[in-house]
Write a new protein. Sequence first.
Length: 399
Amino acid sequence: MNKNIIKLFLPFTILLVVMACKNEGVKEEEIFSKDIAAIKTKYAPDKRVALFNVEAVKQNESYVLKGESNLPDAVTALKDTLKAKAITFIDSIQMLPSADLESKTVGLVTISVANLRSNPKHSAELATQALLGTPVNVLKKEGGWFLIQTPDHYLAWVDDAGIVTLSSKDLSSWKALPKVIYTNITGSTYSNSDMKSQVVSDMVAGDILVLLDEDNEFYKVKYPDNRIAYINKNEAQLYADWVQNTKLTAESLVATSKKLMGLPYLWGGTSTKGVDCSGFTKTVYFLNGMVIPRDASQQVHTGELMDETKNFDKLAPGDLLFFGRKATDSTAEKVVHVGMWIGNNEFIHSSGQVRISSVDKNAPNFDPANLNRYLRSKRIVNSKNDALINLKSTPVFKD
């Protein structure tokens, strides 16, 4: 072959080889990307309750799996998938809880209401709240913040003043102790069995403390951080009695919801200090013995479907109404609001404040905006669903 021709084609040959290598590399990266996405879809479709932040990074002639997860089964499934395809990789995924925590991988909320953030800083979005005495899983620490998971599996950050960390053994010992639940909407604990004595802390409905003793009209209690205080018996109940006698009925749900009338709207709020729409329904159900998912877009996947055609005659007090944007050919459904049916064509919800609205066009409190974006109603009472925690049968606060 003519040397000049060889010189002419040589650059193109080199270019084709380089492109082929690049294309082969892209294909392998695409395989990683698709496999990781498939595992995430299966094991962690909702990042609010499952952590699987994993990526494949090219390093020299191989790939390194980096990131973190608290889902051992998901990580194992990913590695098995890659091995089956004869793809070589180095596993550098950090499994949570972090080894840095040593044995203290659980904790207890030790203030009346802990504000849980979307990121480890006070300026971050308020994602949710957790009440005093709530057991949590502790996943890692970053500065003065802990990444935790609440009993409803919600993932968020809390500053280190909000919880005490414990070993699993210590938490089991705590669960075995007798407890008191605060049942007033708000109040205080005191340094002595006298409501004129020094306040130890504020309290909100649903707070739980260890019972030490009874002193006339007061319960002597202990905080998770070992503070000692007294609660007026008129404002609390023995937890064992409360959980045994609490009945999740239409009547009890409506009665509880109306006690929160006028409570201010608070994005991320799930306590009687302030609530967003799903925080309101979550709080009402919790104070009647059931833990339900955090957000409206999660709550909508629980319970029995009662209506989706605005036939409100099918509803019973306590049913949840969901509002948002219907699915179209190009967009998915989006649930953005939730309220609770109370009968008489009315529902109660947190919108600016906890208020009662009506679906009756002739009523003075008619709510056309929400009626126009109504999606469906679900019944949670007596429903069996893995996302619903009945405190009578599930030992969240006791063994």
